[in-house]
Design a protein around this ligand. Structure first.
Ligand SMILES: Nc1ncnc2c1ncn2[C@@H]1O[C@H](COP(=O)(O)OP(=O)(O)OP(=O)(O)O)[C@@H](O)[C@H]1O
Ligand SMILES: [Mg+2]
Length: 304
């Protein structure tokens, strides 16, 4: 289902983030990705979600060849995925409810379904009492759970989660991984980066260990893989800075003519650009939504 063949990634500034990664992940697997800060874990995930492209090597996910994927195809490809970003990427001007609902709106869900599904998912992550709050009014752990809710809301086939438990207490961490495990048991493929050694040992799943951009172990702790057991020192590097401080300003908005039939495509682009930190695209999306809403009945429905 997910295939990395001889994949290397060198960023524009010359940083070698991944080297010669060969990984196959089957549909329905649950995979932890571990390794020290800077080992290449987020890069690995960003290649998977086609936020970055490999410098060399090829990536195939389902029937998609990511090397050949055109920009306009990316939103459709990402519909297969629920993504929890390491830095959350919540939309600041939207409430918790709307941040989660937004993910459904851009894939064309009906307001009726949104009104049912969003409160349900917000409840799952324990934030029912915060549904009308804005991201800046939430703790880091609460924001992280909004990001998780948004990743779950569309019932994606693949969940890609970059340290989804990085900001919550140990009990909440367990609950989040239990939740991902349940989804996995129902057929969802889950790929999760973590620094938490106790989670990796407690949930006996496949572990991919990255070290300086290379896969140095791939297996399970229970199977007695020594490298994976030894790799525990790579986990929980609390003295290291874990922030993702890279700007995404190298993504110019494309100007193009579009007919009405391309509106949903444009909305998708706006959504994903917004998720990728392009707030101009998000602002344009909101303006479009507002003017559309003036002609439509279905608007602002978060009443229950
Ligand atoms: N956009 C970028 N431009 C240049 N270098 C980058 C970029 N993103 C990541 N890097 C570098 O690539 C290497 C791998 O980074 P990555 O974010 O994948 O690490 P990580 O394993 O996710 O680390 P952490 O645990 O701190 O999140 C690091 O040396 C990092 O500095
Ligand atoms: Mg990272």
């Amino acid at each position: 289902m997910i295939d990395f063949k001889n994949v290397s990634k060198v960023y524009d500034n010359g940083t070698k983030a991944l080297s010669n990664v060969n990984i196959h992940i089957d549909k329905g697997e649950f995979v932890f990705v571990v390794g020290a800060s800077g080992a290449g874990k987020s890069t690995f995930l960003k290649l998977m979600m086609r936020e970055e492209v490999p410098s060399t090597g090829s990536i195939t996910i389902k029937n998609y060849n990511l090397n050949e994927m055109k920009k306009r195809e990316i939103p459709y490809f990402r519909r297969n995925m629920g993504i929890v970003f390491q830095d959350f990427r919540l939309i600041p001007k939207m409430t918790v409810y709307d941040n989660v609902a937004f993910a459904m709106r851009v894939v064309g869900a009906r307001e009726k379904d949104i009104r049912k599904r969003v409160p349900y998912v917000i409840n799952i992550v324990g934030l029912s009492n915060k549904a009308r709050n804005y991201p800046y009014e939430l703790s880091g752990g609460e924001q992280q759970r909004v990001a998780l809710a948004r990743a779950l809301v569309n019932n994606a086939d693949i969940i890609i989660a970059d340290e989804p438990t990085g900001n919550v207490d140990p009990q909440m961490s367990l609950e989040i991984v239990e939740l991902l495990k349940r989804l996995n048991e129902a057929g969802t493929t889950v790929i999760m980066v973590t620094h938490a050694h106790d989670l990796v040992t407690r949930f006996d799943k496949r572990v991919i260990v990255l070290n300086s951009g290379a896969v140095v172990a791939d297996g399970s702790i229970e199977s007695g893989d020594e490298l994976i057991q030894e790799s525990s020192h790579l986990l929980t590097n609390s003295n290291l800075n874990v922030g993702d401080k890279f700007s995404n300003k190298n993504k110019p908005a494309e100007e193009k003519e579009e007919g009405a039939e391309q509106k949903s495509k444009r909305d998708d682009d706006a959504f994903y650009d917004a998720l990728l930190g392009d707030n101009d695209a998000y602002r344009v999306y909101l303006e479009n939504e507002k003017s559309d809403g003036e002609n439509a009945e279905e608007k602002g429905g978060e009443e229950s």
